[in-house]
Design a protein around this ligand. Structure first.
Ligand SMILES: Cc1ncc(COP(=O)(O)O)c(C=O)c1O
Length: 379
């Protein structure tokens, strides 16, 4: 029986060569040659104003929270259906997170509900582009302007994706990407902070460098470097950046293949949606698809558990993720009783199918056959 994991990190084959090159360059701590190559790649090709590699998207989000000066009592609006880091980064600075429900169309935040949650304490809206599919950013921008709020894009899954032709990650004041091994391009653990608002650039470099003005010192702008602000150890070793650079060089071919895999699932499972056994992902007209993941929405949690178990019995690993944060052990008391039914719906019914560059057509056909077999046993 074939065995199909949920994820296999992509490797271009050049990762180890570049790591060796980084080692031989004599500077393997942060902000070395490959760090700058990766940052320039995004600044030049993506039109991001300033990029700083970080050791994770979590770190980039924490930098964002420091940069917008989150203080105890501030409120930050975000979806409940997201990874813990989206919320943790702001709670660590003392913010109260105000969770918003997901949309009917897809697991993204329901932008039509955001205004109802804005108070005089609201400081920021954190948008998560779930599965790399954009939220309706024009609506978010109007709210941000009207209420003088910061917009932060949690673009962990959103590499190479667009909103009305504009790059995701370029639309908020700040944006955070992930290069964790489950992402389209990866370096094991890694991330990037994008700074689109000029006012944050100088301070971002300081926070990145443990609260010191070391970057300015190395550029010869100051005579000595010292402690000038809050900060932490957010910058990755240049060896990680070297690994990442080898992936960036192949971004186009990775994306081409991932989109093919996505389309194969979408077309292959359409018949099951038509019969009403499951729902397939919906991509609004203003958004692009970056082939980050393929999810299905089961009718019930019982169906989902049954299907995951059935696939597992066939050595195919499918997973679910994100439990509504407003109901989490850590935050449910702060959140209170306000119901977020769609967030709960996605928590209970969404499941992700195996998805990685090397997944071949035969394996994909086999996975889909198993899914059809499972549903054919149901009444
Ligand atoms: C929406 C979202 N935000 C943040 C993160 C955290 O990313 P990282 O593992 O790079 O810290 C993830 C992780 O998958 C995520 O899905």
């Amino acid at each position: 029986m074939i065995s199909i994991p949920f994820n296999k990190p992509y490797l271009s084959g050049k990762e180890s060569d570049y790591i060796v090159e980084a080692v031989h360059s004599g500077k393997i701590s942060g902000n070395g040659i490959f760090t700058r190559k990766c940052q320039f790649f995004f600044e030049d090709n993506y039109g991001f104003r300033k990029c700083l590699l970080t050791t994770s998207c979590t770190d980039a989000l924490e930098m964002a929270a420091i940069l917008i000066d989150i203080k105890p009592g501030d409120e930050v609006i975000m979806p409940s259906y997201t990874f813990v880091s989206t919320a943790n980064a702001f709670v660590l600075r003392g913010a109260k997170v105000i969770f918003c429900d997901s949309s009917q169309i897809n697991p993204n935040i329901d932008v039509s509900l955001i205004e109802t949650l804005i108070t005089s304490k609201t400081k920021a809206i954190v948008i998560v582009h779930y599965a790399g599919v954009s939220c309706d950013m024009d609506i978010v921008a109007v709210l941000a302007e009207k209420f003088n709020l910061f917009v932060i894009e949690d673009a962990a899954q959103a590499i190479d994706s667009y909103y009305k032709g504009r790059r995701l990650g370029s639309l908020g004041h700040l944006a955070a990407f992930s290069f964790h091994e489950t992402k389209n391009i990866q370096c094991g653990e890694g991330g990037m902070l994008v700074i689109n608002d000029e006012q944050f650039i100088k301070r971002a470099e300081i926070i990145w460098e443990k609260g010191t003005n070391r970057s300015a010192f190395f550029r010869g702008e100051v005579g000595k470097y010292s402690w000038v602000d809050l900060g932490s150890s957010f910058l990755p070793s240049d060896m990680l950046a070297a690994f990442l650079y080898a992936q960036l060089e192949n971004l186009e071919i990775i994306q081409k293949r991932r989109k093919e895999i996505w389309n194969t699932y979408q077309e292959g499972l359409l018949a099951l949606e038509e019969i009403g056994y499951l729902q397939l992902p919906k991509i609004p007209g203003f958004a692009s698809n970056n082939g980050h993941m393929f999810y299905i929405l089961c009718r019930t949690q019982v169906d989902r558990t049954g299907l995951i178990d059935y696939l597992k019995s066939k050595n195919v690993m499918a997973v679910f993720h994100y439990l509504s944060l407003h109901k989490s052990y850590f935050y449910r008391e702060v959140h209170g009783v306000r119901a977020l039914p769609l967030s709960d719906f996605y928590s209970e019914n969404l499941m992700r199918l195996p998805f990685y560059y090397e997944l071949n057509t035969e394996e994909q056909e086999q996975i889909m056959q198993y899914i059809f077999d499972f549903f054919s046993t149901l009444v």
